[in-house]
Design a binder for this molecule. Structure first.
Ligand code: FE
Ligand code: FE
Ligand code: ZN
Length: 291
């Protein structure tokens, strides 16, 4: 099982991420190359990267299980402000270069929000942007994340994800990141995850799934809200999430926790431990706070 969480990427860059992940006993992790809510980025420092890669080797963390997440303010769906639309594309091109320097293969991307545009136009904007961004020589794959459907988000159903993938020319550079909270909030019952996977395989292909965000949800099925909850403490529940994590068809895919901190303490070490033991810990929140 490859499991980890999102971790920081500060002045020590990837080395900080690896240190944090190792502290959680994780063998996978996800980072943003800077603050997720802004686009200020510093150049990649090779010395720190080498130290990080060595530490990964020592701790059996494979580079395929390291995921980058693009900042959420990037919006490829809306081209009403041409400068912003171009900036989003430029930023992603640079994010690809940064990931190639780090050796990281997967970049998770929120497809975007239509805002005032109709969905078809928005989807076409995403396709055009991706075709502008991706180049034959790129050594990365952009993973479209399944979204909750909050506001005017694109990617809250399989059809939209499939349409985007179909429109991308360089298909080997496009994949999918499932997010269990988002799926629940978009109306997919995680109790029937196997049937979802079967339909996904028919329309998109299971081999396109390169990352799974494992989160419980604070909201009911189909709420279109997107508020994550700690594993086993939300409306999806521990057993349904464990069934996703241990699914044979996704056994080589890294599972990344994006669950909320508990009173400013990271819960990941405890959640990872609970998941590995395959037994729900109803005292998890107290354990996190008291340690
Ligand atoms: Fe995300
Ligand atoms: Fe996510
Ligand atoms: Zn979310």
């Amino acid at each position: 099982m490859y499991i980890g969480s999102h971790v920081s990427f500060n002045k020590e860059q990837l080395l900080a991420s690896v240190k944090e992940a190792v502290g959680y006993n994780a063998n996978a992790f996800m980072f943003y190359t800077g603050a997720p809510q802004n686009t200020l980025r510093s150049p990649i420092n090779d010395e720190l990267t080498n130290k990080a890669l060595n530490m990964m080797k020592e701790n059996n963390i494979l580079i395929d299980n390291v995921i980058c997440h693009a900042p959420y303010i990037i919006n490829l769906a809306n081209n009403t402000d041409e400068d912003k639309y171009k900036f989003s594309q430029e930023f992603l091109k640079n994010e690809i270069k940064r990931c190639e320097k780090l050796g990281v293969k997967y970049i998770v991307l929120h497809p975007g929000s239509a805002t005032k545009l109709d969905k078809l136009t928005a989807i076409n904007n995403i396709i055009n942007a991706l075709n502008n961004i991706l180049e034959e020589s790129d050594k990365i794959m952009i993973l479209l994340e399944t979204m909750a459907g909050k506001g005017t988000e694109i990617g809250a159903n399989m059809d939209e994800i499939a349409t985007i993938i179909n429109g991308v020319v360089l298909k080997d550079k496009i994949g999918v990141c499932l997010d269990t909270c988002h799926l629940n909030d978009s109306g997919v019952d995680i109790n029937n995850f196997d049937s979802y996977l079967n339909i996904f395989d028919k329309y998109i292909g299971i081999d396109k799934i390169k990352c799974v965000h494992v989160n419980d949800s604070k909201n009911e099925l189909g709420a279109h809200k997107d508020r994550h909850e700690n594993i086993g403490f939300g409306t999806i529940g521990f057993n349904a999430l464990l069934n996703v994590i241990c699914n044979e068809k996704l056994k080589d895919v890294p599972k990344i926790l994006e669950t909320p901190y508990i009173e400013e303490h990271a819960p990941y070490k405890y959640e990872i431990d609970m998941i590995r033991k395959k037994e729900f810990n109803s005292n998890l929140k107290e354990d996190v706070i008291n340690n």
